[in-house]
Ligand binder design. Structure first.
Ligand code: HPA
Ligand code: ZN
Length: 351
């Protein structure tokens, strides 16, 4: 059957893939936000869903974060966190995501008096139900808020320690400018000592030096965003040589005005330099779409061939926190899935 759309895009939309950069609080759609507000007897400072969606007009990371933290106030109970997780996993499964590593920001919730265990219990319940319903595997990455102090983050880590078996890694997010990775060296040393993988947002709005700090001072093996690495040729070469993955989020970068349009995005340069790029949705409820919406927008600008999409799918699994055996199995699944659909020059042979 011949698909009605660009064949390479059809392959990209339907290929098995992993998502490695999505904030669960950023998957809160206006409809669910209002439903949870009603369930919890609280009101949002917007008349209705349309008024809230109309406020998604950001000019920087900070302008988004202000709204994102305000909306998170509707999340109060373990049921709320479970429903939020299930809503995301249903969308992810529809986009053919078979594995996802999901950020959560406990400080956003504990600062409002929501117990750490309530957040974790709800998210975990959602992951369990999502696995049963859609066969999707999910992991949790605890993200520390970099606009707060290292002491605050260390206190959060202490709260997390009784639950370590349920937490698969640690990350760093929130306002990047003025909050360099160097601020969190002790924290990340403790996280690594606990035997967990660590990641950090770096080089989204911040300079390439923040990416270097995340590698050298925090010991991360995967960088969230990292799109400003293109400004430093030596860094680009290092990322490629060391196989450091970047979790790139194209629609996020446009919505937060990191780039004026998709043609100006550094994605093509990063791939051409041999960097292990992955594509992700970041905060899909706020930025105009889930992973397949990002793929559509990328393809409209770059017209990648099937071989490039296969590489991106393989990268998404290779860069995951899963075991070597699991990763190898998923990469093989991608190879089998593309088998016969792609010629030596990366063109589609037939459908
Ligand atoms: O894109 C982001 N950058 C930094 N912090 C965040 N928290 C949610 N999304 C983001
Ligand atoms: Zn992010």
């Amino acid at each position: 059957m011949t698909p009605a759309i660009d064949p390479a895009l059809h392959l990209a939309l339907t290929m098995p893939k992993a998502e490695l950069h999505v904030h669960i609080e950023g998957t809160l759609e206006p409809e669910l936000a209002f439903a949870l507000a009603q369930r919890n007897g609280i009101s949002l400072p917007y008349a209705d869903q349309a008024a809230l969606a109309a406020a998604y007009n950001f000019d920087s990371l900070q302008s988004f974060l202000d709204l994102y933290y305000a909306c998170a106030d509707v999340l109060r109970t373990a049921d709320d966190f479970r429903d939020l997780m299930l809503a995301y996993l249903e969308r992810a499964a529809a986009d053919h995501i078979i594995h996802t590593e999901i950020f959560f920001d406990p400080q956003t919730h504990t600062a409002r008096g929501i117990p750490f265990a309530t957040v974790l219990d709800g998210l975990e319940d959602g992951l369990k139900q999502g696995r049963a319903r859609w066969g999707i595997s999910g992991r949790l990455i605890l993200c520390f808020l970099r606009h707060l102090s290292e002491e605050d983050a260390l206190a959060t880590l202490a709260e997390a320690e009784p639950h370590l078996a349920r937490i698969d890694g640690f990350g760093l997010d929130s306002s990047e400018q003025g909050n360099p990775p160097s601020k969190f060296q002790h924290l990340f040393a403790r996280c690594r000592a606990l035997g967990k993988p660590v990641v950090a947002h770096a080089g989204e709005e911040g300079p390439p030096d923040y990416i270097i700090q995340a590698l050298d001072l925090l010991g991360v093996k995967r960088i969230d965003h990292g799109v400003r690495a293109s400004e430093d040729p030596a860094l680009l070469a290092r990322l490629a040589a060391d196989g450091v993955a970047l979790t790139v989020c194209p629609l996020s970068n446009l919505k937060l005005r990191v780039f004026p349009d998709m043609h100006a995005h550094t994605l093509g340069q990063l791939l051409a330099a041999g960097v292990k790029v992955t594509l992700n949705s970041d905060d899909p409820a706020y930025f105009g779409g889930y992973l397949n919406d990002n793929i559509r927008a990328v393809q409209a600008a770059f017209q990648f061939d099937a071989a490039t999409w296969k590489q991106l799918a393989k990268n998404s699994f290779e860069a995951s926190f899963a075991s070597k055996a699991k990763k190898a199995g998923w990469v093989e699944r991608v190879e089998v899935w593309f088998g016969g659909r792609e010629g030596h020059d990366g063109q589609i042979l037939c459908q």
